[in-house]
Ligand binder design. Sequence first.
Ligand code: ZN
Length: 242
Amino acid sequence: MAILCYHSVACGWDDPVSVEPEDFERQCRRLARSGRVVPLSAMLDRLESGREIPARRTVLTFDDGFADYAHFAVPIMRRYGLPAAMYLVAGSLTPEGVPVNWITGLPAEQAPPLLTVEEIKDLRAQGWEFGSHTMRHADLRTLGEEECYRDLKESREIISDLLSESCDVLAYPFGRHSEHVRRAARKAGYRIALALPEEPEERGPFAVSRTGIYRGNGGLTFEAKINPAYAAVRRLRQRLAA
Ligand SMILES: [Zn+2]
């Protein structure tokens, strides 16, 4: 299985989270050739019941809601007929907005813009999926369970209202979670939650593993990361190192 996690696709943003459009295009061409990319929504029942996506299937996800998604990533994925889901920081959809203060080493004033409400609605109308990445991208482990629950419920409601549909999927900021965070996510009404494990961790519908794709991941690294064996080998390596 491989659920890939991207953040930004943009020209010349020299940060690990940002992939150059030409590299992304090469990766999309490779994925399109495999003919095995499916939308996350098609895997929802399966993931909700605690199973993994079938080996040799790939799902594309994006976190943070950067505006470059509409300008670079979507046109490229459209060209190759690939579906994807984006996880939004719901506070950015409120009149007050939120500072983009979660990129390491980057002051919020210099952060790239996020998608606007109009762009999100427009993309949804074209079939692109959306989910929640919380209200303001806090590390949920640092919040108490009640505060966590309020954040997750509010962000879910904002996105559901905006798109006039149920918001079923949460992506944890930084991929981080803990027992009380998973409990709060379930209680807030999500069907599954996506992680981005750096260490061995609990698995199941509220800790669905993803594989991050970062700047400069070349052909061989990408090939390894989309290989169904990658997640299993990484888990094994983590276990041996633990
Ligand atoms: Zn994020």
